[in-house]
Design a protein around this ligand. Structure first.
Ligand code: ADP
Length: 693
């Protein structure tokens, strides 16, 4: 690189006082780290700077060593000059280095900077000055293209900016005072020459006010508000007809403040009167709700009145105006809601109902204290589905209930209806409780479940009663069965021994035999119920063909029921895996019901068809039929249709046993019926996979 000797200051010719200063010291050591040559690029830039009448400033090298010209001195200020010369810039400008430092580093990395009216607070001439500058920072690049320094061109705009700001402030103040003047000086405006011109505007404004008033009036009318006006000085009271109506007055009847207060019910009268006085004379707030009894119509109304006090321009009195609205409906619905809640609370308490609420969106599960009690939970933390509910279910009921719940969440299967009985076991007390839970799942538009709400009721005692009853029925049936079987045996012996010619005795024995068989059947039914309830009923599976079973049943029932026309449809070979005796019992039960509940000689169709892996058996009669009200309860234990119960003997356990037997075979039993037209009972059984023995 071409270096000039240090003594060669030709490039610093002239340059004013700064030129002299630079020449008189050896800046090269601080600039370049040692007394040596000035780099060409620096020489050129310093030459240009010193010859410029405008403020210019150079920083050199990574330490930003400063050089500047005469024009720059005022920018720097008296205190900092000449100390700044040859010193790093951040020592001269510590107060703004946070702002300009990043810019200098940026320029050294090749990013020039330019600003107009940039505001800086400089420590200058002994004070902190708010200053404005137009400036640019440009990189000084040597012959090798390396950035060695920063050249600052600066013009201070503080004075101009300050005068601009002052002007702006004055303009603002002027505008503000103009506005004030325009708003407040009504009289002056009236006398003003321009008034004539402004009159038109005034009229427009007037019209706007009128329009506003009309809109307000319409709104008041639409909302059926009553309105009033009270003169604070004279207590003159002006009301509209709606207000009179709300107080049970006729539209053209005069009404005073005192008269309105008179209609307010006693419990609110004092309160409203106090509020009214406070509002008129002490500018208190006025938003009151009270009840009134109409003068002529004696109607109880709930009213809400809101008022506003406004001083008159004369300053002598105030106008207290406001509206009254009829909120009777809202209050009454609130009252009925509250009483409904109260009733609900009371009935919940009386019935000792527990409540649960599962919010699937919020993923929360809430149980009230009774519900927790029924699950034997003593903690007060949030309940957990797995930990508290699933684990709290008695192990034998768990799968059944969880299966039902998963169906409840599918709208197409269950419509969200949940009604179950199950046992719970308290985690701490290990107490077994029977509960009945009823609930409803709510779905969104896409049929996704969103909420599951319901109640639980303790039915432990009821269940225990039932259990005792069952045990009793079981015990009695058991005790009766042995003597009956013996009697039946004796009848058989007698039948064999008696002379065939003894017609009467033979007939009586046949009747006795029939009656004992009936009784044995009945007692077997009770025993089965009792076994079923105590979970002792056993399904003994075997592989058999329904076609053969139907043949056997046909032979049997045709002789038993000569009173009716039993028609068996042909049955295809259909193999099932089931308890043959119990399925026989179901079919025979349905046939005997069809006979029992239909007229003599009427037809009964019996069929068995197979499709889609299921065998469907049906028994159709053309008898009395069943009312739709009875249908849902038909398979309940001991349920009998009232009209039948009068004339036809029975206990209401046959269908209950049938449905339990079919359920245990994973089949379904149902009925279609219409009063007067007859009934068809259906049940299904899964067909066995292999049709072989
Ligand atoms: P039971 O016949 O002993 O009363 P079930 O349990 O077999 O008991 O039947 C319950 C009730 O259902 C009967 O009392 C009767 O009212 C009604 N029912 C059953 N089958 C028929 C039918 N085929 N037609 C009309 N009603 C029927």
């Amino acid at each position: 690189m071409d270096r000039q000797p240090i003594s060669d200051y030709k490039f610093l010719q002239g340059g004013g006082s700064m030129g002299e200063l630079i020449r008189s010291y050896d800046w090269s050591s601080s600039l370049l780290g040692k007394p040596c040559d000035w780099p060409n690029s620096l020489k050129i830039m310093v030459g240009v700077m010193l010859s410029s009448p405008f403020p210019m400033h150079i920083t050199w090298g990574p330490k930003f060593i400063q050089l500047y010209n005469d024009g720059y001195q005022p920018v720097l200020g008296n205190e900092k000059h000449p100390l700044a010369l040859g010193r790093p810039i951040y020592e001269s400008y510590p107060e703004i280095w946070d702002t300009i430092g990043p810019m200098f580093y940026g320029v050294m990395d090749g990013t020039p900077v330019r600003f107009q009216d940039f505001k800086l607070y400089l420590d200058r001439n002994g004070t902190k000055e708010e200053c404005y500058f137009d400036f640019s920072y440009s990189p000084i690049i040597n012959e090798q293209g390396i950035i060695e320094g920063v050249l600052t061109n600066v013009i201070e705009t503080t004075n101009r900016k300050h005068s601009e700001l002052r002007t702006q402030k004055m303009a603002d103040e002027l505008a503000a005072s103009n506005e004030e003047l325009a708003a407040s000086n009504e009289e002056l405006r009236l006398t003003n020459e321009e008034l004539a011109h402004a009159n038109i505007n005034l009229e427009v404004a007037h019209q706007k006010v009128e329009e506003g008033e009309i809109a307000l009036r319409l709104a008041i009318e639409a909302a059926s508000f009553g309105t009033w006006y009270i003169h604070s000085g004279t207590r003159e009271f002006i009301t509209d007809s709606r207000l009179k109506e709300l107080f049970g007055y006729l539209p053209d009847e005069p009404l005073t403040i005192e008269q309105t207060l008179e209609q307010i019910t006693e419990e609110y009268r004092g309160y409203v009167s106090e509020k009214l006085e406070a509002a008129i004379y002490n500018n208190g707030d006025y938003d009151v709700t009270y009840s009134v009894i109409g003068l002529h119509d004696n109607r109880l109304r709930w009213l809400r009145a809101i008022g506003n006090l406004k001083a008159d321009a004369t300053g002598d009195f105030s106008a207290f105006t406001g509206v009254v609205m009829d909120i009777t409906d809202q209050v009454q619905s609130r009252i009925s809601l509250e009483s409904a809640y109260e009733q609900l609370r009371l009935s919940k308490e009386a019935a000792q109902l527990g409540f649960f609420d599962l919010d699937l969106n919020k993923k929360t599960m809430e149980w009230d204290s009774r519900c927790r009690e029924l699950f034997g939970i003593s903690h007060n933390e949030e309940v957990n589905y797995e930990k508290d509910f699933v684990n709290g279910l008695y192990v034998e009921d768990r799968k059944r209930i969880l299966d039902i719940i998963s169906d409840v969440f599918i709208k197409s299967i269950s419509e969200g209806i949940y009604d179950v009985e199950y046992r719970t076991v308290g985690p701490q007390d290990q107490k077994l409780r029977w509960v009945r839970a009823k609930g409803q799942v709510y779905f969104d538009q896409n049929k996704n479940p969103i909420r599951f709400i319901g109640s639980v009721l303790d039915i432990t005692e009821q269940k225990q009663d039932e259990q005792r009853k069952n045990d009793f029925i079981g015990m009695v049936s058991h005790e009766l069965k042995t003597p009956l079987t013996s009697i039946n045996g004796y009848i058989q012996i007698l039948k064999n021994k008696v002379n065939k010619e003894e017609q009467l005795i033979n007939n009586l024995l046949a009747k006795a035999n029939k009656q004992t068989l009936k009784m044995i059947k009945m007692i077997n039914g009770f025993l089965n119920v009792s076994r079923l309830e105590s979970g002792k009923i056993l399904i003994e599976y075997s592989h058999f063909d329904l076609a053969l079973l139907f043949q056997e049943i046909e032979e049997e029932v045709l002789t038993s029921y000569p009173t009716h026309r039993l028609l068996f449809a042909p049955v295809q070979e259909t193999w099932v895996n089931a308890d043959k005796d119990k399925i026989t019992q179901v079919i025979e039960n349905l046939i005997s019901n069809a006979v029992k509940y239909s007229p003599l000689e009427s037809i009964i169709h019996i069929a068995c068809v197979a499709s889609d892996g299921t065998a469907m058996i049906s028994v159709q009669d053309f008898g009395f039929g069943i009312d739709s009200e009875d249908l849902p309860k038909l398979f309940d234990r001991f349920y009998r249709v009232k009209t039948h119960a009068f004339n036809i003997s029975g206990f209401g356990i046959g269908l209950y046993l049938c449905s339990e037997i079919i359920n245990r075979h994973h089949g379904k039993l149902w009925v279609k019926s219409e009063t007067g037209s007859g009934s068809t009972f259906y049940f299904t059984l899964p067909i066995a996979v292999e049709n072989s023995n």
